[in-house]
Design a protein around this ligand. Structure first.
Ligand SMILES: Cc1cc2nc3c(=O)[nH]c(=O)nc-3n(C[C@H](O)[C@H](O)[C@H](O)COP(=O)(O)OP(=O)(O)OC[C@H]3O[C@@H](n4cnc5c(N)ncnc54)[C@H](O)[C@@H]3O)c2cc1C
Length: 216
């Protein structure tokens, strides 16, 4: 994960909801224009400065930008954007992978009620302070990213509080959809679960020569 701080006059005085993001306008290796979304982890609205935490996962446009951005570089973006709204609840559950850690940490900062956080990350070095009541780190180790294999048993075994819960599932699309089924089976209402695909594992037939499938 690499933090990149972006300063922009148009963001001076901006008001954002937790976990809103910006869509960066980047170019890929072939010079083609592409857009990639990154959560505003923190906004210092007085000076129009925002922190973006970028997962470094290889030589792809977003990841490469995070690895190579230097002070003074310019970047174009659209935003703030994003539909996530906090739901009224007695407690909140946030689950995701490292791409959603900035969003999950921002939600944890914002909610007043008790919150439970479960985040899958490669290893303990990727842990960050998260202001939740209960934080569980799931270390992936050599396991492939973007599967629900490790999060499913962890979420299934959680001791959920009583009262009305709200859940936010943010990360690889199919994994998050699989987790929603588990939470519904545990009694959390469909409407109280917000699911957002942040990225998609590439299907084998799309691994080379074609643009990756984008989350809807
Ligand atoms: C609302 C929203 C907010 C987001 N916020 C953040 C954020 O704060 N920080 C962040 O890092 N990402 C965030 N993401 C996810 C990020 O936009 C995607 O991971 C994006 O695909 C990265 O672009 P890329 O050019 O690096 O890779 P792409 O060109 O999109 O994908 C190339 C290959 O990498 C794989 N891939 C993509 N992302 C990952 C990953 N995270 N881990 C492993 N493999 C991956 C794909 O399956 C594909 O095979 C957010 C997405 C959304 C929709």
């Amino acid at each position: 994960m690499q933090r990149v701080t972006v300063r922009c006059e148009a963001m001076v005085g901006a008001q954002i909801r937790p976990a809103q993001d910006v869509e960066l306008h980047l170019v890929d290796d072939s010079g083609r224009r592409v857009k990639r979304r990154y959560t505003i982890r923190d906004l210092r609205a007085g000076i129009g400065e925002m922190d973006l935490d970028v997962v470094l996962h290889g030589d792809w446009p977003g990841s490469t930008w995070g690895r190579t951005a230097r002070p003074g570089d310019e970047v174009r973006f659209q935003g703030p954007r994003g539909k996530l709204e906090l739901r009224p609840a007695d407690w909140h559950l946030m689950v995701g992978d490292e791409s959603a850690l900035p969003a999950i940490a921002a939600i944890a900062d914002a909610v007043a009620e008790p919150s439970i956080v479960v985040v899958e990350i490669p290893d303990p070095q990727e842990q960050q302070p998260v202001a939740a009541t209960d934080v569980r780190w799931v270390h992936r180790g050599s396991h492939a990213p973007g599967t629900p294999d490790l999060l499913l048993p962890t979420v299934s075994a959680l001791d959920l509080p009583g009262g009305k819960g709200a859940a936010y599932l943010l990360g690889e699309t199919r994994s998050m959809v699989a987790l929603r089924a588990v939470l519904e089976a545990r009694g959390i209402a469909h409407e109280a679960i917000f699911v957002k695909g942040y990225w998609n594992v590439a299907r084998p037939d799309r691994v080379s020569g074609r643009a990756p499938e984008r989350p809807g």
